[in-house]
Ligand binder design. Structure first.
Ligand code: SF4
Length: 353
């Protein structure tokens, strides 16, 4: 697993601010549960103070993050006033740097010149898909070429880059989602987030869902697809810093999500499936090697994993344990913590259990 050092993030949500239009899947006001459109820059200092009170000692790096809108699509003066207010904290050493998310079609030299004098380190690009018909059906209003240009330009200017992609958009399928991940691998962002498409109330997608022209992915299919995408990025040493929507308060309002593969432990489910695949493959190999004593050894087995991975190998509600026991007819299956095993591996022992 490729990991990035985790900064302590102070988030500022700017719902739909700077958006040229509404994407079909989006209702930022639902997502952030903030009704106020223009976040006043003078609210930044009290917000920083409030968040810093929760900063654990172990997180050295602190970033303020402007999320939820299209940062570089905001008015120049407003961008500058938000960044000026934040920059004071960078100068005093309280905050290390700034990050924001923005649309690919707003990443141009003129916009980047505005932020040049501030301590912006990280720019997250709302890629969503690298398939132009999926982008058009989702009413994104930009193309995959915009994303290619945006990530290239950000890299040229020395920014840390993130790519946010979505699966299950209108017109998307497994093939186009995997191709999107391949195109993104080629563009080498520093990290990726993968979001399942859910149907948010009051979005255009909600209308299409209600009239039967859009069906979301099932949770199981989505977990399997995101697993395949995760493995592609992992193989290419690109850290995936998030899979699934944030289990934050705004999503607890059941009415906000009408349908779709939302689960508060989505990322955990993806990792559990990866560990299940690894366990099945290792057990198959080991049982095949010990085929002469098959009947006796199949009654018991142990899977050794790094202590931090116990819940991943077990799966939600011990789902993986049940599958493995049934598949291999094992009566006694033990999961043993072993800190000598790497967090992305496991070892099977047929003599224990
Ligand atoms: S997805 Fe992003 S660009 Fe589209 S409407 Fe929502 S916030 Fe704006």
């Amino acid at each position: 697993m490729n990991m990035l050092p985790k900064p302590f993030i102070i988030p500022v949500f700017l719902p739909s601010a700077g958006c040229p239009h509404q994407c079909a899947f989006c209702n930022q006001r639902t997502i952030t549960n903030i009704k106020e459109k223009n976040f006043p820059p003078e609210k930044i200092p009290p917000m920083i103070d409030e968040y810093l009170a929760y900063k654990g000692k172990h997180r050295d790096m602190v970033q303020i993050a402007f999320y939820g809108g299209n940062f570089l699509g905001l008015e120049k003066n407003y961008i500058e006033s938000l960044l000026k207010e934040t920059e004071k904290y960078v100068e005093s050493g309280v905050i290390n740097s700034i990050r924001f998310s923005t649309r690919p079609d707003t990443i141009k030299n003129a916009q980047l010149d505005i932020i040049d004098k501030f301590s912006v380190k990280t720019v997250e690009v709302g890629v969503q898909s690298m398939n132009d018909s999926v982008l058009a059906l989702s009413q994104r209003g930009h193309t995959s070429f915009d994303t290619q240009k945006a990530l290239t330009l950000l890299k040229e200017r020395g920014y840390e880059t993130g790519a946010q992609i979505m699966v299950g958009l209108p017109g998307d399928n497994e093939k186009s989602a995997l191709l999107t991940s391949e195109r993104i691998v080629e563009l080498k962002p520093d990290f990726v987030r993968i979001y399942p498409t859910v149907v948010l109330a009051d979005s255009l997608l909600a209308r299409w869902y209600k009239n039967g022209t859009y069906s979301p992915l099932s949770l199981d299919d989505c977990v399997t697809l995101v697993k395949k995408i995760y493995l592609k990025f992992n193989k290419n040493s690109i850290p995936v810093i998030r899979m699934g929507l944030q289990a934050a308060d705004y999503l607890k309002e059941e009415m906000s999500i009408l349908a779709g593969p939302y689960h508060p432990s989505f990322g955990h489910m993806v990792f559990s499936e990866i560990f299940l695949d690894m366990a099945i493959s290792a057990l198959k190999t080991d049982f095949a090697l010990q085929s002469s004593s098959l009947d006796s050894s199949k009654n018991r087995a142990a899977i050794k994993v790094h202590p931090s991975c116990i819940s991943k190998v077990r799966g939600l509600k011990n789902k993986n344990i049940k599958i493995i026991k049934e598949k291999f007819q094992i009566n006694n299956l033990k999961i043993i913590p072993d800190s000598t095993i790497k967090p992305d591996g496991l070892m099977v022992d047929l003599n224990q259990g």
